[in-house]
Design a binder for this molecule. Structure first.
Ligand SMILES: [Zn+2]
Length: 236
């Protein structure tokens, strides 16, 4: 009696649930794009306080067009957004007597002292892409005590919702690009790789602060198993 009930339950389950489940599986996106920090303060196009070389209008157009293509091809699109309180630890203006780009030790960690940038609810913090592109914008660097180059976690180890968002969507592969190659793109791609995602970093859609640190960052990415590519066939 018991086994008959079980069989009929299973066959019912197979008849009722498997086809829709299979359909859902087939439709479910397995890859996502993370567009890193395309914000006013990081771009020359907006005369940002921490503008990265080569972030002119043409660059912004190429990022917008590429991101729209990825979305049309079925990728989930996430953005990271640097989102600091005005008293953030990374701002040189919050360290008396220090100069911009000086590196100091804070609790044993290296901290670069940046010009104030991406202050919450200011023009400079705005993302310069159509908000309709994004499944979700993940903000980082909100805790005044810790910098956060990575979209996954800050220097204090506090995690953003990024990884759980990717897992919930059953994402296996991520494509990463944006600014700056040698800081936030590097850190985000490395953490994605550490979390077990298959990661591709796209050079033509990324810009870096300095040539030396860009080369070092690309080497670090390759060592971590990230595929560093100039472009992708979809963008041709
Ligand atoms: Zn920042």
């Amino acid at each position: 009696m018991k086994s008959t009930t079980r069989r009929s339950f299973l066959s019912g389950l197979a008849a009722l649930s498997l086809p829709p489940l299979f359909g859902e599986e087939a439709r479910r996106p397995r890859s996502a794009v993370i567009v890193v920090d395309i914000q006013g303060d990081f771009t020359e196009a907006r005369k940002g306080s921490l503008a990265v070389a080569g972030t002119d209008e043409a660059y912004l157009r190429s990022v917008a067009e590429a991101t729209a293509k990825f979305k049309a091809a079925g990728h989930l699109i996430f953005a990271t957004q640097d989102w600091h309180p005005a008293d953030h630890v990374s701002f040189v203006t919050n360290h008396k007597g220090r100069k911009p780009f000086e590196v100091i030790k804070i609790n044993g960690r290296d901290q670069v002292l940046w010009p104030a940038h991406c202050i919450q609810n200011t023009k400079g913090a705005e993302i310069l892409l159509d908000a309709g592109l994004f499944t979700k914008v993940v903000q980082k660097g909100k805790d005044r005590r810790f910098d956060s180059y990575s979209g996954f976690k800050d220097d204090g180890g506090a995690r953003t919702e990024k990884e759980s968002l990717l897992r919930e969507a059953d994402v296996r592969e991520v494509i990463v690009y944006g600014v700056a190659t040698d800081f936030c793109v590097r850190a985000t791609a490395l953490d994605a790789a550490t979390a077990g995602f298959k990661v591709t970093m796209v050079r033509e859609l990324s810009r870096g602060v300095a040539p030396d640190s860009v080369e070092k960052a690309l080497a670090d990415l390759r060592t971590a198993g990230v595929s560093v590519v100039d472009s992708l066939p979809l963008l041709a």
